[in-house]
Design a protein around this ligand. Structure first.
Ligand code: SF4
Ligand code: SF4
Length: 66
């Protein structure tokens, strides 16, 4: 499961590409809804992380520096 941390510069790219529409702004920060995100099961790689211009802004809980 992925989450967005404080390195995010709020460019909005991840929200635009998420196939599940799991990403939105909450309390002025981009946020991944864990109940909606399926880790991009179909394409087998997290497209939000791929488009994010900021290194390590989207991380996993188990591997924060992933
Ligand atoms: S991993 Fe995929 S489904 Fe989950 S938030 Fe990122 S783009 Fe959306
Ligand atoms: S793509 Fe990265 S920097 Fe842009 S809003 Fe999403 S997490 Fe933030």
């Amino acid at each position: 499961m992925y989450r967005i941390n404080k390195k995010c510069v709020q460019c909005g790219m991840c929200e635009m590409v998420c196939p599940k529409e799991a990403i939105s702004i909450r309390n002025r920060n981009y946020y991944i809804d864990e109940l909606v995100c399926d880790n991009c099961l179909e394409i087998k790689r997290p497209i939000c992380r791929e488009v994010c211009p900021i290194k390590k802004a989207i991380v996993t809980k188990n591997f924060p520096e992933f």
